[in-house]
Design a protein around this ligand. Structure first.
Ligand SMILES: Cc1cc2nc3c(=O)[nH]c(=O)nc-3n(C[C@H](O)[C@H](O)[C@H](O)COP(=O)(O)O)c2cc1C
Length: 367
């Protein structure tokens, strides 16, 4: 029995199947506006039950990578409109992943070359980002030292998220996903190693989770909670963020609070630290007890694992990342057991159409 190809009701949206295209930064927008190639890239992949776009900065300050399309200006909204139209014409559904990188940025990406902002001044030891060198070329560089957001500035960041959500709505997205994973701003507030604050956003679990939950509330007021998803990466240990004793309780607190808010979904990503699963059956069972709503799981997923976890009612949808880069028709390839094309990692970030919109669909023998 496979459940992956069943339709799924996500709030008022019907998904054609339970395969989600995971958010993936591709850095193809030199002018920070999603252009025709980006529309074509997502159109090719519209058979996914749901697409979550690449991380999309909500403001100039939120940027952490060069050539990433944002969603704070009218021109950017118009660019995204061409993307959502292309996906909708194909019958697909698409959420915008709203992103603030916090401390994981570089001065060359910041307005006036200012310092990046974060929960605190704790730098990301060994953190690299795709930014501009002094000679104007682009490459991987060390992130710049951050400065802490003041309490008033935190309120402003929440409003930036809310404005970006309204822009996403104007651009025709079916909803938004807050990027609460992978060591970016929300996780910098959640994790006590990077959150050394003494105001209402620091200290207890409740305080460290406050930024995320206040943002969920503010964004939900704007576009409705059933159109708000969130991505989380419990136990990810990305960059120099260590695991911490209260991690389980932190994520269970979030699960229960997010459940009360009746959001569209929680999208858990397993970074497979040390190559093994940390979001295992036990973790999912605990999370599910607090969050009966829609759960998406990403990170090295297979059809078999997804079917098993859906069957056990531990997840509802599964997301695939890299396989969608090189297999625009991934849904059919998995459905019919067709071979997968391996991705070319060298063209993940930056560059032109090669490795972006030129991966062919599979043509079965005899057709
Ligand atoms: C090129 C690339 C870019 C990514 N960019 C993002 C991103 O913008 N936002 C995000 O939440 N995750 C991002 N990820 C992580 C993926 O969403 C996904 O969780 C990860 O690739 C694991 O899934 P997979 O094993 O199916 O590839 C990226 C991954 C890759 C390979």
């Amino acid at each position: 029995m496979t459940l992956l190809f069943d339709t799924y009701q996500l709030g008022d949206i019907t998904l054609g199947n339970r395969m989600v295209m995971a958010p993936m930064t591709r850095a193809r927008s030199v002018d920070t506006v999603a252009g025709p190639h980006t529309a074509e890239y997502y159109r090719q992949r519209a058979t996914a039950g749901l697409i979550v776009t690449e991380g999309t900065p909500i403001s100039p300050e939120a940027q952490g990578y060069a050539y990433v399309p944002g969603i704070w200006s009218d021109v950017q909204v118009a660019g995204w409109r061409t993307v959502t139209d292309a996906v909708h014409i194909e019958g697909g559904r698409i959420f915008s992943q709203l992103w603030h990188v916090g401390r994981l940025s570089h001065r060359s990406l910041q307005p006036g070359r200012q310092q990046p902002v974060g929960a605190s001044s704790v730098p990301a030891d060994g953190g690299k980002t795709f930014a501009f060198n002094d000679d104007g070329t682009v490459g991987f560089v060390d992130v710049s030292a951050p400065r802490p957001l003041s309490t008033q500035e935190v309120d402003r960041v929440i409003l930036d998220f809310s404005a970006a959500a309204a822009n996403a709505d104007d651009a025709g997205f079916d909803g938004i996903e807050l990027h609460g994973a992978n060591g970016y701003l929300f996780e910098q507030f959640l994790n006590p190693s990077t959150n050394t604050r003494t105001d209402r956003y620091g200290g207890s679990i409740r305080n460290r989770a406050r930024l995320l939950l206040e943002t969920v509330d503010c964004v939900s007021d704007k576009i409705g909670s059933s159109h708000v998803g969130i991505r989380l990466s419990p136990f990810s240990e990305l960059f120099d963020m260590p695991s911490y004793p209260e991690a389980i309780d932190t994520y269970l607190h979030l699960a229960s609070e997010l459940s009360r808010r009746e959001i569209a979904y929680v999208h858990l990503v397993d970074q497979l630290p040390a190559g093994s699963r940390v979001i295992d059956v036990d973790t999912l069972t605990g999370f599910r007890a607090e969050f009966p709503g829609t759960i998406i799981l990403a990170g090295g997923m297979t059809r078999e694992l997804a079917d098993d976890l859906i069957d056990k009612n531990l997840i509802d949808l599964t997301a695939f990342g890299q396989p969608f880069i090189s297999n625009p028709d991934l849904v059919d390839r998995i459905r019919y057991g067709w071979p997968l094309t391996p991705p070319d990692r060298d063209s993940y970030y930056g560059g032109g159409t090669a490795g972006y919109v030129d991966y062919p669909r599979y043509v079965p023998a005899g057709v």
